[in-house]
Design a protein around this ligand. Structure first.
Ligand code: GLN
Length: 470
């Protein structure tokens, strides 16, 4: 079986036409994982038995003519999303042996549509990072160059699809964690509108930003998965029923905004060339290109790195050695906290808890957290104004392609800068997609398409047309 050829659509066709069974397809992916993942490190756990049982059930359903959206199609899940009865570590020592007691809503939805779950993928610890180097279980390598990172935090999910270890995968995006690894690994990654997909069962990072989304080999597949997982969920009060249509937008009828702040100094010239090339193709296809400005974008990174750690300091308080996972024996309660958190949490997680605690402390709250919220509002207004005149925005995902393992690991500031183009839209709750736009040598470069709230259909119909041209 040529796994490289299998999109969701092709896999379903083959299953429908009885060219192969879901068990055969699942075995092929499991073999591939056995063969290459020791080196790639995209998976933290492979749930072979569960996958084969699900594949058998899928085959029975297919035989009885029940042909669900993802029936028999093998996928991989970021290890920050709960799958009942399976380990969920968030790539942290503190949750090394934690078993998920229930299915996240997205998992329930995948299972209802017959998907086969191969295992859990690597991430930066508690999804904090841009390279998976913050994983307590080693970095994921880039399938295109093993000396380089796969991106992060959902690096394992992106690499697993790029290396044909899974047909599609799920990740989460708080400040770029779906789009940046998708760009580095040369796959499609969609960060949906805030609230479009339930986060019930996703281990919280920063709750006003977290969103679950798909990685896939092409735009059509990303849309299939998004359509399965989206929607209101009574278990997540921030989720809404997106009135998303299936309207096909024609690229020739659209206005595309190109924000100048996303091409400022710091971007690698080769990356700019590829993105400008994609913009030119859209123009040739009839789109109107509007050069524009999002002036508050330059403050987005600073704003994010106050709001994000502040929310982290509150969300991660639950990992106290009492309720979940690791618990170090000690003389008294405060020692349990100190020892468990001291040993169980990694450097970056501790750094953010400390920064966040500081920003939220009574004497500094107004100067940092409140100020950041005001800046967030300005960033939102920039985008709202932009979408009055344009349909979507085109820009790079990252100023550079995948960097070398170790290159930024000791310098948090330079790691944070990797997210300069993926963070602003998150502060506004907007959807964004990364799609392959070209390569520098063998390193993929992604184009980012940003849309207005709940306009995933617009983003994806443009991306689908562009996919054929790039
Ligand atoms: N790299 C960003 C961070 O470290 C984004 C992470 C994410 O989206 N989960 O916060």
């Amino acid at each position: 079986m040529e796994l490289a050829d299998f999109t969701i659509k092709k896999a379903r066709e083959g299953l429908k036409n009885k060219e192969f069974s879901s068990v055969e397809l699942t075995e092929a992916y499991l073999d591939r994982i056995k063969k290459i993942d020791k080196d790639l490190n995209a998976f933290l756990s492979v749930t072979e038995e569960l996958a084969l049982t699900q594949a058998e059930q899928a085959d029975k359903k297919i035989a009885s003519g029940e042909f669900l959206e993802l029936i028999g199609v093998p996928c991989a899940i970021k290890d920050a999303i709960l799958v009942e009865g399976q380990k969920c570590t968030a790539a942290s020592k503190i949750l090394e042996n934690y078993i998920a007691p229930y299915d996240a809503t997205v998992i329930k939805k995948l299972k209802e549509q017959g998907a086969v779950i191969l295992g859990k993928t690597n991430t930066d610890e508690f999804t904090m990072g841009s390279s998976t180097e913050n994983s307590a279980f080693g970095a994921t390598k880039n399938p295109h160059d093993s000396a380089r990172v796969a991106g992060g935090s959902s690096g394992g999910s992106a690499a697993s699809v790029a290396a044909n270890e899974a047909c599609f995968s799920l990740g989460s995006d708080t400040g770029g964690s779906i789009r940046q690894p998708a760009s580095f690994c040369g796959v499609v990654g969609l960060c949906p509108t805030y609230g479009a997909v339930s986060r019930y069962g996703l281990i919280a990072h920063a709750s006003s930003l977290d969103q679950i989304g798909p990685f896939a080999k092409n735009v059509e597949d990303a849309k299939i998965v998004f359509d399965v997982i989206k929607g209101k969920d009574s278990m997540d009060a921030t989720s809404v029923e997106p009135g998303i249509s299936n309207f096909k937008f024609q690229i020739s009828n659209l206005k595309i905004g190109v924000p100048k702040e996303y091409f400022a100094k710091g971007i690698e010239p080769e990356v700019e060339k590829i993105i400008r090339g994609a913009i030119k193709k859209a123009k040739e296809a009839g789109a109107k290109i509007v050069e524009m400005s999002l002036p508050s974008s330059e403050f987005a990174l600073a704003c994010y790195y106050i709001i994000d750690p502040s929310e982290i300091s509150a969300n991660l308080a639950r990992f106290d050695g009492i309720r979940y996972g690791l618990s170090e024996p000690a003389e008294n309660l405060s020692e349990v906290y100190l020892k468990t958190r001291g040993r169980g949490l990694g450097e970056e997680v501790k750094r953010r808890i400390m920064i966040g605690t500081y920003c939220l402390s009574s004497g500094y709250y107004d100067a940092y957290y409140k100020k950041a919220q005001e800046v967030r509002e300005l960033i939102k207004q920039d985008f709202a104004k932009a979408f009055k005149t344009v349909d979507v925005l085109f820009c790079p995902v990252s100023p550079f392609p995948a960097f070398k393992i170790g290159e930024k690991a000791d310098n948090p500031m330079s790691m944070y800068l990797a997210d300069i183009y993926t963070i602003p839209l998150k502060l506004a709750g907007l959807p964004g997609l990364s799609m392959p736009a070209g390569k520098i040598g063998n390193l993929p470069v992604g184009l980012q398409i940003i849309g207005n709230h709940f306009q995933e259909d617009k983003i994806m119909s443009i991306a689908e047309q562009l996919e054929k041209m790039l």
